[in-house]
Design a protein around this ligand. Structure first.
Ligand code: HEC
Ligand code: HEC
Length: 163
């Protein structure tokens, strides 16, 4: 009996560690649901992909999307403003499909400023020289390295860093 108890305790510890390792994978982003929902809002797809790829809603928490959507007239030094109706519709889509595993209590305006992004793209993974390549230009240019980014696919097998 004593042995059995020890084994059970050991198993519980292993299980707990397993859960821990899993939730650390995206550090606030691994949500057990895809970053891109199955049902896409057409307005969002049209308007938010005009200057860059439409960033999947599951990459930021609702608070970030609300901030971004309420400041479109001064959007990263550009004017991305929409009609109130469009703004409302797109905000709803982003908020409904936001990250539900955001552990940090921050609401950055950029995906690239989040802790999980930094940990996945630190200097051990990608050297500072790589970021300066003309083929990449910006950290926000997800598609340069993740060919399936616009479909919410960040699978390690589809990562190719361009020269
Ligand atoms: C008029 C052009 C334009 C439109 C339209 C536009 N954006 Fe942007 N957006 C930008 C620019 C410029 C940046 C900064 C890109 C960079 O740093 O490389 C940016 C950056 C972002 C970022 C941060 C990326 C990062 O660094 O993690 C998010 C999130 C974002 N946009 C969301 C949206 C959403 C949501 C919409 C639709 C409502 C939208 N954008 C429409 C120009 C635009
Ligand atoms: C310069 C190339 C490059 C750019 C640009 C880039 N990434 Fe990555 N990304 C990588 C590499 C390399 C990894 C693998 C890191 C690792 O193995 O831990 C990665 C990993 C990831 C992961 C984790 C994948 C997994 O299964 O663990 C996510 C999510 C991700 N990136 C999202 C993004 C988003 C969102 C953008 C744009 C805002 C972006 N990346 C821009 C190179 C890039």
């Amino acid at each position: 009996m004593k042995y059995l108890k020890k084994i059970l305790v050991a198993l519980a510890v292993v299980a707990a560690l397993g859960v821990q390792a899993d939730s650390n994978k995206y550090d606030g982003e691994n949500r057990g649901k895809p970053v891109m929902p199955a049902q896409i809002n057409q307005k969002w797809k049209q308007e938010c992909a005009a200057c860059h790829m439409a960033f999947p809603p599951g990459l930021l928490p609702a608070a970030s999307w609300r901030k971004i959507m309420s400041g479109l007239d001064k959007h990263f030094e550009t004017d991305a403003s929409l009609t109130p109706q469009e703004t409302l519709e797109i905000t709803r889509f982003l908020v409904e499909n936001d990250s539900n595993r955001w552990t940090a209590n921050t609401a950055p305006l950029r995906i690239t400023e989040s802790a999980w992004f930094k940990s996945k793209h630190d200097s051990r993974e990608i050297s500072p020289a790589v970021w300066k390549r003309a083929s990449i230009k910006s950290r926000a240019n997800c598609m340069a390295c993740h060919s399936g980014a616009d479909k919410g696919n960040f699978d390690e097998r589809s990562i190719h860093i361009p020269q």
